[in-house]
Design a protein around this ligand. Structure first.
Ligand code: NAP
Length: 268
């Protein structure tokens, strides 16, 4: 029987109560990983745990709000208290909604909220995760940070606070990759296009309103702009996440891996 890819590995996923994080948590557990599921919504977190337990997988929910440094520190401490170590961190949370405006029209509070959640908290997660990994034996550790093609590929209009924060995520992932490569910690970022999740549909509704068109009209325009003609399923994204966090990707670090159905291939 073939060995499961994440047997005896501990995986922490801040932002795994829905969408890509949830699909990844389930996929890691199916591959033998011990998964710490996290987010603010306890009911959604418990549903993920139930799903994982239904196939006798191993998982625990730890509530954490990424707006709180104490919650971030507690999430990492709890992971180590419960499972004794961290092998993989998939920092998947991000703030995408309430982001649509012209750059001169943002309120300072909105700018700060996006930088704090999508960028600074990503750094805080890495800070505690790397420190924990460095205390363990030298090994094959992986950190994957959720970015976006709007961050990898330069500034996007009407959503610049998101785009700026995601550029920061790419940049800090590359810096960390260089600093910790010799310690056996690989750090990459995932540059997503459009994934079929709660977040994107809320964003599309806001964007359609901003442009004065219907959500259906916007959906059609978006699908036409994607060479593969559709959004990615959370499972398709999870497949890429697992590959990047597995030993099959042992020579990949400091990379922004794009998963966008070909959308950015015209200009990147
Ligand atoms: N969907 C897309 O098209 C797309 C494209 C490119 C990149 N991305 C990125 O992919 C990642 C996942 O998004 P998704 O599409 O899977 O969206 P989603 O279904 O809305 O999931 C977002 C996850 O992040 C968590 N989260 C958000 N704010 C948080 C906070 N303050 N504290 C703790 N957890 C928080 C949510 O948990 P709670 O609500 O329970 O806190 C949820 O588990 C994000 O970083 C997003 O920017 C998405």
């Amino acid at each position: 029987m073939s060995r499961k890819r994440f047997e005896n590995k501990v995986i922490v996923i801040p932002g795994s109560t829905s969408g890509v994080g949830k699909a990844s948590a389930v996929a890691f557990a199916k591959e033998g990983g011990k998964v710490v599921v996290s987010g603010r919504r306890e009911d959604c977190g418990e549903q993920v745990i139930e799903e994982i337990k239904s196939f006798s997988g191993e998982a625990t929910f730890v509530r954490a709000d990424m707006a709180s440094r104490d919650d971030i520190a507690n999430l990492i401490n709890e992971t180590i208290r419960i499972y004794g170590r961290i092998d993989v961190a998939f920092n998947n949370f991000g703030k995408h909604t309430e982001a649509i405006a012209l750059i001169a029209d943002y309120e300072e509070e909105c700018f700060d909220a996006h930088m704090n959640i999508s960028m600074k908290s990503m750094w805080l997660c890495m800070k505690y995760q790397i420190k924990a990994m460095l205390k363990q034996e030298k090994g094959n550790y992986a950190i994957l940070n959720s970015s976006s093609i709007s961050g990898v590929g330069g500034g996007w209009p009407f959503i610049s606070v998101y785009s700026i924060a995601k550029s920061g995520v790419d940049s800090m992932s590359k810096s960390a990759a260089q600093e910790y490569a010799q310690d056996g910690v690989r750090v990459n970022s995932l540059g997503g296009g459009f994934f079929d999740t709660e977040m994107i549909h809320t964003y599309f509704e806001e964007l359609a309103k901003f442009h004065g068109i219907t959500k259906k009209e916007l959906d059609d325009q978006i699908n036409k702009s994607i060479p593969l003609g559709r959004l990615a399923t959370p499972q398709e994204v999870a497949n890429t996440v697992l590959f990047l966090c597995s030993s099959e990707a042992s020579y990949i670090t400091g990379a922004s891996i794009i998963i966008d159905g070909g959308m950015s291939s015209k200009y990147l």
